[in-house]
Ligand binder design. Structure first.
Ligand code: ADP
Ligand code: MG
Length: 152
């Protein structure tokens, strides 16, 4: 497992990092986003969608748990915050092993439904416009992604 910590000083900077990541992801990649409300998970996803060439506006999927967007490859945006029962089987595998890339907000709500190898990103509120971002790997593929993201 490898870890990379960095700081961003504006929402744009966070979105740029996400955009860079979006340029290197492939079908089947899974990115998880942790952090308190307002930390920047959805902002990150917006930048990520931009990097995938998604034209539609990305919002937090409030009433649906999963929203799908068309881009270079499909984006599956999941916000599992409102999951009532963590044991409820959402059938997420279909997405994880599908044609697109999955971005999951609040992965801690569904610890047993996550694939082993994901790129785990946490955002921590340091100040009004500064955030500490931690990127963690948990397998061969996420390590590959981190290396590309970091040295690009
Ligand atoms: P979450 O989805 O984690 O609840 P949002 O992305 O919806 O968070 O909201 C984050 C808010 O913080 C946005 O209003 C964004 O403009 C602001 N913000 C300020 N600085 C940053 C930064 N460095 N990175 C990300 N967002 C930031
Ligand atoms: Mg959000």
């Amino acid at each position: 497992m490898e870890e990379w910590k960095l700081k961003t000083e504006s929402p744009e900077e966070t979105m740029q990092l996400a955009e860079k990541l979006a340029e290197i992801v492939q079908p089947g990649d899974v990115i998880t986003l942790e952090g308190d409300l307002g930390a920047g998970k959805t902002s990150f996803t917006k930048g990520f969608a931009k990097g995938l060439g998604v034209k539609r506006v990305v919002n937090s999927p409030t009433f649906t748990i999963i929203k799908e967007y068309k881009g270079r490859i499909p984006l599956y945006h999941m916000d599992v915050y409102r999951m009532e029962d963590e044991m409820e089987d959402l059938g997420l595998e279909e997405y994880f092993y599908g044609e697109g890339v999955s971005v999951i907000e609040w992965p801690s709500m569904i610890p047993n439904q996550l694939p082993e190898d994901c790129l785990a990103i946490s955002l921590f509120h340091l100040g009004e416009t500064s955030r500490e971002i931690t990127v963690q790997t948990s397998g061969v593929r996420s390590l590959e992604l981190l290396k590309e993201l970091r040295y690009e």
